[in-house]
Write a protein that binds this ligand. Structure first.
Ligand SMILES: Nc1ncnc2c1ncn2[C@@H]1O[C@H](COP(=O)(O)OP(=O)(O)OP(=O)(O)O)[C@@H](O)[C@H]1O
Ligand SMILES: [Mg+2]
Length: 367
């Protein structure tokens, strides 16, 4: 398996630049997830790697070998497309073996590989069916199987779960997670779903407008986002952002805004000079009813969504809407004003202009 290197890769469609120079290294055997909002260039990045689009600049290498000049079929890559693109008139077995038959692989070998892939995916009992007689999740597995039989060294997945309903999606996500431990290959997986990204990726690469915002493990991105975009993108429910001014009170730093005054953790020098007008970020899960945990803040509950063990409260803090995720052991009613604590080290600071993260708490709790 190769290390995959994007070296200054650019892509424009006519006058529209989709990828500014992209530098990205995907390590051997890694499951990498590219995640970002619609239109940020995820599919384009995969298609460049697969050879379905040509580069406008830069190069792509597998280890030291340049591959962006090769034909798609010479690249040793298998791709699973978002819409599955199964042949409706062919059985599952024929769909899965299509590429191998095209390559004039011998019959016994084709059968062996189709059965192996079908067993891995749990669709060996469906081999004689046509796609129309399959559920969405089964079709999705056939599409995956068609890639797996190829025995390529790199597998690309473009939002393979996006056509499935929520429940099936969750199940396929778990199955994919299990499958990847059995298949020791480079996998590059594209999604705009941060939950998929966090659960599947060894490494998550967050893209916005074709530019890498941050890359790292799920924990790194959740606990130490480098900017407001990543902080707001990773984690569900979404982080709250509130405009605040940094004030000094008796030698300590406090973030003050309409409806709150919250002490900040960390050494004072961590807060860069001049950065007084900030945005604070608080994860919904950082609000607690344990009043010893930090400074109090009053939230007026407008909606209480009961989700089982947890409830999500849609609240007002002064003029701001704030989400809080709390244990359902205590039930909150709409209209009620309740007091919560926010641990100082759960408060992140962002430059109000640029969105850049300003100070890293000493002990990030991640909430
Ligand atoms: N063939 C094309 N011609 C012109 N513009 C294109 C073409 N293909 C993609 N684009 C543009 O490039 C940008 C990135 O597209 P891309 O398909 O890579 O986004 P994406 O991140 O995969 O989005 P989504 O999550 O919606 O699939 C978009 O603004 C899109 O409109
Ligand atoms: Mg796409």
């Amino acid at each position: 398996m190769p290390q995959i290197v994007f070296d200054g890769v650019r892509k424009s469609f006519g006058p529209t630049e989709v990828l500014p120079p992209l530098d990205l290294t995907l390590e051997d055997g890694e499951f990498t997830v590219l995640v970002g909002p619609s239109g940020c260039g995820k599919s384009t990045t995969l298609r460049l790697l697969a050879g379905l689009e040509t580069l406008s600049g830069g190069e792509i290498r597998f280890d030291d070998r340049r591959i962006d000049t090769l034909e798609p079929k010479e690249r040793d890559i298998a791709m699973v497309f978002q819409d599955y693109a199964l042949y409706p008139h062919m059985s599952v077995a024929k769909n899965m073996s299509f590429a191998l038959r095209l390559a004039r692989e011998n019959k016994a070998e084709i059968e062996r590989r189709v059965h192996a892939a079908a067993t891995t995916l749990g669709i060996d009992h469906l081999l004689d069916r046509k796609p129309a007689a399959l559920s969405g999740g089964q079709r999705q597995r056939v599409a995956m199987g068609r890639a797996l039989v190829r025995d390529a060294s790199v597998f690309l997945f473009d939002e393979p779960l996006s056509n499935l309903d929520a429940k099936l999606r969750a199940r396929m996500r778990v199955e994919l997670g299990e499958m990847r431990t059995r298949i020791d290959k480079n996998m590059v997986y594209v999604t705009h779903d941060q939950v998929e990204a966090m659960t599947l990726g060894d490494r998550i690469v967050v893209l916005k407008d074709g530019a890498i915002q941050q890359q790292g493990s799920a924990e790194e991105l959740f606990e130490n986002p480098v900017n407001r975009f990543v902080a707001g993108f990773i984690g569900s429910p979404t982080m709250n952002f509130l405009p605040a001014t940094i004030q000094e009170r008796d030698g300590a730093l406090v973030a003050e805004g309409e409806g709150f005054a919250l002490p900040l953790a960390g050494p004072r020098q961590a807060i860069e000079s001049g950065a007084r007008e900030v945005e604070i970020g608080i994860r919904p899960s950082s609000f607690t009813t344990d009043m010893g945990a930090g400074a109090p803040v009053e939230l007026r509950v407008s909606v209480a969504e009961y989700l089982g063990a947890q409830s999500v409260l849609v609240t007002r803090c002064g003029p701001h809407e704030v989400l809080a995720e709390v244990a359902s052991t205590r039930r909150f009613k709409p209209g009620e004003t309740a007091t919560f604590a926010v641990p100082p080290d759960a408060i992140l600071l962002f430059d109000r202009e640029t969105g850049r993260r300003l100070a890293v708490p000493q002990h990030p709790t991640g909430g």
